[in-house]
Design a protein around this ligand. Structure first.
Ligand SMILES: [Zn+2]
Length: 430
């Protein structure tokens, strides 16, 4: 057997050590110790963690890297961010959106992030961002999977042309139906928008991803309507509720009814820890709410959860760097998921879980999957999160597409080894 690539001595996210990973014809051919075969390239992982690529199931690529255009968000609130984006929208050009998106994709690849679900605002009648991101999707396809969501940022009903634009965007090839019920004029309109949007998805055979209850209002209960429509239309496993931050403020008794409904409908949850911890609770004095949805409690009900990044240097968030380990790190802290098993799960929340939510084809490290992986300068998933570990090698279809040198401190102190790998600290137990 002649291989494209052979990765030797890998530690896998499930804890298996000393594994070799063989990739032939762009697919994983074998995962086992001691593979003897010729390969175009051999990488010695040296016992480091080898994982499937990072996946971001919630992003806004039409707005990314636009920080400061046309001005900064002074209040730091969601609503000023939406207003600011409204000022920028008419100034956008096809070329500028493409250029920023491609620059972002370069950054993503360097960070081992090879699949992104991005919402794209369809409320600009020109559908300029839609056309730009469809172009980007095709351009980056050899190295990054881009999934587009038709997102009516200004409200499916509240914006007079949103319904027609959303249909046009789907006709052009946008993959997923989006929505924003809490931004409609009334709760009733919000619920009606979910009914209409889920029916569109059902008719067209598409997935759904709703910006749902991204508010501190404990009475914002669109997730209930989303679970109801999902169940009614048989869309189980095809629908995601992004943010769900109002659940953080809801009455506990009501949540005890809501969680089983979400689980029963098979609606996935997509918290966005970086943005949720900065945007929520802005109207509070003290105590100040964290705002991120109830992650451990959802997990206990078997609800699928993927952490999203949401924003990088745009009207809503002035930081970010396509680093899904940063997202996992923040999610772990905000949800207080410090048990070792829970920390390991936070790594799944930026890899295998969002891959399932996006229905990615051939994702994973099993034989037959695409030959896509990341070699991290860490010994296990917890250490990867702790160090936001270097991506030593990023592999797509058996080809190395990005490399980062290891972080090594070269010391010449008496009694110290000449080089110290900062990733080499293993816990005593656990
Ligand atoms: Zn968003």
């Amino acid at each position: 057997m002649s291989l494209d690539l052979l990765v030797r001595n890998a530690t896998l996210p499930d804890g298996r050590t000393g594994q070799d990973i063989a990739i032939a014809d762009g697919r994983i051919a074998a995962v086992q110790p001691g593979i003897a075969a010729e390969a175009g390239r051999v990488i010695d992982a040296g016992g480091h963690l080898v994982a499937p690529p990072f996946v971001d199931c919630h992003f806004h690529m039409d707005a990314t890297l636009s920080l400061g255009l046309p001005r900064m968000n002074v209040s730091g609130t969601l609503l000023e961010g939406i207003a600011l984006w409204g000022e920028l929208k008419p100034l956008l050009t096809f070329e500028a959106v493409v250029e920023r998106a491609l620059r972002y994709c370069d950054l993503a690849v360097a960070q081992g992030l090879l699949a992104v679900r991005t919402h794209v605002d369809i409320c600009d009648d020109r559908l300029l961002a839609v056309e730009a991101l469809l172009h980007v999707k095709k351009t980056v396809a050899p190295y990054l999977d881009l999934q587009l969501v038709a997102f009516p940022q200004d409200g499916y009903f509240r914006s007079p042309t949103a319904a027609a634009n959303l249909a046009r965007a789907l006709d052009l090839g946008v993959d997923v139906v989006g929505g924003i019920p809490h931004f409609e004029r009334t709760m009733a309109d919000g619920a009606a928008s979910l009914k209409a949007l889920c029916e569109i998805a059902e008719r067209r055979g598409l997935l759904v991803d709703i910006h749902c209850d991204e508010t501190d209002d404990p009475l914002s209960r669109h997730i209930e309507a989303l679970a109801y429509e999902t169940q009614r239309l048989g869309l189980n496993g095809r629908v995601a509720g992004s943010h769900l931050t109002s659940m953080h403020s809801m009455d506990n008794y009501y949540v005890s009814k809501l969680l089983p409904l979400i689980a029963e409908a098979g609606v996935a949850a997509i918290p966005n820890p970086l943005i949720n911890i900065t945007l929520q609770g802005r109207h509070d004095t003290y105590p100040k709410r964290r705002g991120m949805t109830r992650v451990p409690e959802m997990r206990a009900f078997g609800i699928e959860i993927g952490f999203g990044q949401d924003c990088t240097m745009d009207p809503w968030y002035s930081l970010g760097g396509a680093d899904m380990l940063d997202v996992a790190h923040m999610g772990l802290h905000v949800a207080q998921m410090t048990a070792r098993e829970a920390m390991r799960w936070c790594f799944d929340a930026v890899t295998v879980n969002p891959a399932r939510i996006m229905h990615l084809d051939g994702y994973g490290l099993a034989p037959g999957c695409h030959g896509d992986l990341v070699v991290l300068q860490a010994k296990d998933p917890i250490e990867a999160i702790r160090l936001r570990a270097n991506r030593l090698f990023v592999v797509r279809r058996g080809r190395v597409i990005a490399e980062t040198p290891a972080r090594i401190a070269s010391l010449a102190l008496p009694g110290r080894p000449a080089a110290v790998d900062p990733a080499a600290y293993a816990p005593k137990a656990g």
